[in-house]
Design a protein around this ligand. Structure first.
Ligand code: ADP
Ligand code: ASP
Ligand code: MG
Length: 407
């Protein structure tokens, strides 16, 4: 007998019919003699609808209230799925995140899980029940309800799998696995048989929404056996593991992309030893995430600095910089909107120089100007104009041999 954690995303539980389908997928596991913990998301687009409701009332609702609101979505699904399983004479019990012992840091809207008190879940499993847990939510030490960031139900599932030492964590979703790029936008995308934790972590962090980045982090740190698969089609998914098999020895395994990026320039920054640390400490203290950073080298008394952020953080970033202008000591701010980041990822890059050069060449050949660049051992990212994003993804996908039709 094994212990399996199954996670079903919004589309997979989007209607009564689909909840009944999920109940069947759960039953398939228990029929094999496995104990099952099921983590579910809110039905369909209901989290988005809750966000819209809040916006109708307040342009900037307080984050505690937002968590209170958004955490209700998952509660609907756990109750309905439990009813569906009990109807089929499969004893089940539903728990909110806090009932399931999921403790987070005291941050609203994007909290990290710090501990999981597994006693209640374990007791119910021992009593022969299927345990259903609401994804995306937890509780602080002080009893405040928190949420884990959009897409965070994946993290609930993997963290539970790690804490319970489950044999496997299956992420059921609306695609059949992890593809070479988002199959919704690129028709020639191919499903990968396997992908390494490190590659998946980069892909997820760089915009491949199929898995929440923190879920991959947990899986890597606790060596959770993870598979992304379809809740509708009964086909093999993609396994995420330490060493992925190199299909066709491809150096690049995937292309990820993200829109709504803004480049902020800080011009005429006093060229002192501490000016960079002061700027980025100030932004960090205000919980503002900066991505790519470029500083012009200059012998002069002032330097120019540029960094990229998510467009949604622009107002706050400009406010923080302007409010601290005296301390930060710069002349002028500038912002360029409507940018996107396109990234290529693959473990094979470590031993293959020239991948970045090839990427730049391909983009240049297609008249796509690069605004900023960043690299790590296994990825290269380029910031381009948003209007060129999908074209850039397609030409890179093709050039690096990932397209189904480039085989
Ligand atoms: P769920 O509600 O099940 O969590 P998500 O919408 O969060 O589903 O994630 C699945 C979606 O991720 C897919 O529909 C697909 O459009 C998108 N996606 C982005 N990049 C990839 C990729 N590389 N492989 C597969 N899907 C991807
Ligand atoms: N319901 C949440 C969201 O839409 C969490 C999740 O689906 O993973 O972001
Ligand atoms: Mg998701």
């Amino acid at each position: 007998m094994g212990l399996i954690v199954q996670k079903f995303g919004g589309t997979s539980v989007g209607s009564v019919e689909r909840i009944l389908n999920v109940a069947q997928r759960v039953k398939d596991e228990t029929d094999q003699g496995n104990q099952v913990v099921v983590v579910v998301s809110a039905m369909g687009k209901s989290t988005d609808q809750l966000v819209d409701l809040a916006k109708e009332i307040s342009a900037a609702p307080n984050k505690r209230d937002m968590d209170m609101l958004l955490s209700t979505g998952e509660q609907v699904t756990i109750a309905l799925l439990s009813m569906a399983l009990n109807e089929q004479n499969l004893p089940a019990v539903s728990f909110t995140g806090w009932q399931a012992g999921i403790v987070t840091e005291p941050v609203h809207g994007n909290a990290r899980i710090t501990t999981i008190n597994t006693e209640t879940v374990k007791n119910q499993l021992a009593a022969g029940k299927v345990v259903i847990v609401a994804g995306f939510q937890g509780i602080t030490e002080d009893g405040e309800i928190t949420t884990l960031g959009r897409g965070g139900s994946d993290t609930t599932a993997v963290a539970l799998a790690a804490a319970l030492k489950a044999d496997k964590c299956d992420i059921y979703t609306d695609v059949t696995g992890v593809f070479t790029t988002d199959p919704r936008y690129v028709k020639s995308a191919r499903k990968l048989q396997s992908v390494s934790y490190d590659e998946m972590l980069e892909l997820a962090n760089l915009g491949a929404g199929v898995l929440h980045p923190r879920a991959v982090e947990f899986a890597k740190n606790y060596q959770v056996k993870l598979e992304v698969r379809s809740s509708m089609e009964r086909v093999e998914g993609t396994v995420i593991e330490e060493e992925a098999s190199m299909e066709q020895n491809l150096v690049v395994r995937g292309v990820a992309f993200e829109d709504e990026i803004t480049k902020v320039s800080v011009l005429g920054l006093a060229n002192s030893l501490t000016s960079l640390s002061t700027i980025f400490t100030t932004l960090a203290e205000n919980h503002l995430n900066v991505d790519i950073i470029v500083q012009s080298t200059t012998e002069a008394e002032t330097a120019n600095l540029a960094f990229s952020i998510k467009t949604q953080d622009l107002m706050e970033t400009l406010n923080v910089l302007e409010n601290n202008k005296g301390v930060l000591n710069y002349e002028q701010l500038d912002a360029e909107n409507k940018l996107a980041k396109v990234s290529i990822v693959g473990s094979g890059m470590i031993s293959n120089p020239g991948v970045a050069a090839q990427m730049f060449e391909v983009l240049a050949k297609n008249q796509i100007q690069i605004k900023m660049v960043s690299t790590s051992e296994i990825k290269v990212s380029a910031v381009v104009e948003e209007k060129h994003m999908l074209k850039a993804v397609e030409v890179l996908h093709q050039a690096f041999g990932l397209s189904a039709d480039s085989e």
